[in-house]
Design a binder for this molecule. Structure first.
Ligand code: UD1
Ligand code: CA
Length: 458
């Protein structure tokens, strides 16, 4: 049977107290609605409709995709009213409609698939604190009778700990028949979607419920407290999956993955690491505490020391990075190279076995193999108008505190004396000295100090 997924995302999310539409608040670095769309896509529906209202343009812009149809709900008159807006998108032959909420980003696949398989069914959960949710009413025999919203519930009903998650599957034909008949005669004056179920049942239709045990994951996010616990829940699942893949985590509660992380064997990740975008760590890679890795690949045996920040960088095998290194986009480290503390690189290819160990800036540069860049070296890549390139051949030695004014090339074996400002290319095996010659002045007296004649210094 074909499936249409309708995702409700028109609500303002007042309790977030935010100018940003609720469904755009991120969980694991992506809008909550993106997670819901992922789930919808995994079900392979014939179409996905997202109902937007508050901040609809921003939501559409953020999540534009070919396979999503956007439906506008101008006034938020309730979940039933929201689905009604999407009804014209549901074609006659669309067998079943699944309603998801844009603010339930951690919903697992299994109970949703069970719901879809059940025909017309509502996903419920047992929770410790049911306050605020719609409660599931059952008769003495335990048969489902309907949902009563918190604000409409009697004290007795408020004590019910089985709640409506909001996720509902229904045959399209039944939705079309009963949804327009739902009234807004209730405490909030809203059209409640779950009201279609008693209407259908009164007509002899069979309605099932699926109760999930995983209650934390099926609950919607209404405020920042719940957003934070959803984030923790996501990260907990992610860390668990990594541990099962044999990655060692110093503390599974102190890793944040906001993107995809693929690891080889025997990877070790210390505390406080943040992963963003696509990150790949090869066999035996060790990541020190508080590293931030965004769109990075690291090959086998390399070690990232504490507090290093890598963004858009490729690190070869058996390299050493940090502590306190900053690798910016376009950095490529060949095997066995080393980038040490307080070194910044950008668009820099560092050759095999080369070292930039201390306090340097290497930008727009290509370094050969076996290069040594001394402490405090700066590539002056920018003249105020354009960026220029620095090329260092194999086995080049740059003495400490040198400024390499680009465009510049130092050929293989070239040597730059410490403290040089180098503005002209250096040939193979040449020594470049680009600094004032030292003078030592005899009999000098410090200003203010008495000279040998008893007078002040010269
Ligand atoms: C709803 C359910 C409640 C359930 C709870 C689970 C109804 C009437 N109530 O209550 O039984 O326990 O979810 O979290 O269905 N939305 C729209 N347009 C609207 C109203 C809402 O798109 O006019 C969207 C919201 O953006 C949100 C979802 O529907 O994604 C749920 O709306 P919300 O106002 O949070 O419903 P609750 O009152 O929490
Ligand atoms: Ca809600």
């Amino acid at each position: 049977m074909s499936l249409t997924v309708v995702i409700l995302a028109a609500g303002q999310g007042k309790r977030m107290r935010s100018s940003r539409p609720k469904v755009l608040h991120p969980v694991a670095g992506r809008p909550m609605l993106a997670h819901v769309l992922d789930l919808a896509r995994r079900l392979e529906p014939v179409r996905i409709c997202v109902v937007v209202g508050h901040g609809g343009d921003a939501v559409r812009d953020a999540l534009a995709a070919d396979d999503v149809e956007w439906v506008e709900q101008r006034e938020q008159l309730g979940t039933g009213h929201a689905v009604l807006q999407a009804l014209p998108q549901v074609r006659e032959d669309d067998g079943q409609v699944l309603v998801l909420y844009g603010d339930v980003p951690l919903l697992p696949d299994a109970p949703v698939r069970e719901l879809v398989a059940a025909g017309t069914a509502l996903l419920t959960a047992r929770v410790a604190d049911p306050a605020g949710y719609g409660r599931i009413r059952r008769d003495a025999a335990g048969a489902f009778r309907g949902v009563v919203e918190d604000r409409d519930a009697s004290d007795e009903e408020r004590a019910i700990d089985e709640i409506n998650t909001g996720v509902l599957a229904i045959h399209a034909a039944l939705l079309r028949r009963y949804l327009p008949a739902v009234s807004n005669d209730n405490a909030q004056g809203e059209y409640y979607l779950p009201e279609v179920l008693p209407l259908a049942m009164a007509d002899g239709q069979v309605v099932h419920t699926v109760c999930t045990g995983d209650s934390g994951a099926v609950l919607g996010i209404n405020d920042r407290l719940q957003l934070a616990s959803a984030e923790r829940e996501f990260q907990r699942r992610c860390a668990e999956a990594l541990l099962r893949e044999d990655v060692t985590l110093a503390d599974p509660a102190r890793l944040d993955v906001r993107g995809s992380l693929r690891c080889g064997r025997d990877v070790f990740i210390d505390v406080g690491v943040v992963v963003e975008g696509d990150v790949t760590l090869g066999d035996g890679v060790r990541v020190g505490p508080y590293c931030v890795l965004r769109d990075v690949s690291v090959e086998a045996g390399s070690e990232l020391h504490p507090f290093s920040h890598l963004d858009g960088a490729r690190v070869g095998a058996d390299c050493s990075v940090g502590p306190y290194a900053r690798l910016r986009p376009g950095t490529v480290l060949a095997d066995r190279s080393r980038v040490g503390n307080f070194v910044e690189t950008k668009k820099a290819a560092i050759g095999a076995g080369s070292k930039v160990n201390h306090l340097s800036y290497v930008g727009d540069a290509t370094l050969g193999a076996g290069v040594n860049v001394g402490a405090g070296t700066i590539t002056c890549n920018y003249d105020g108008v354009a960026k220029h390139h620095t090329t260092l051949g194999d086995d080049v030695f740059i003495g400490s505190n040198s400024t390499l004014v680009a465009p510049l090339a130092v050929a293989n074996g070239g040597f730059v004396a410490a403290g040089s400002t180098v503005t002209r290319d250096v040939g193979e095996d040449q020594l470049a000295v680009g600094r004032g010659r030292q003078r030592n002045i005899d009999g000098w007296h410090r200003p203010g100090a008495a000279g040998p004649d008893g007078k002040g210094g010269h």
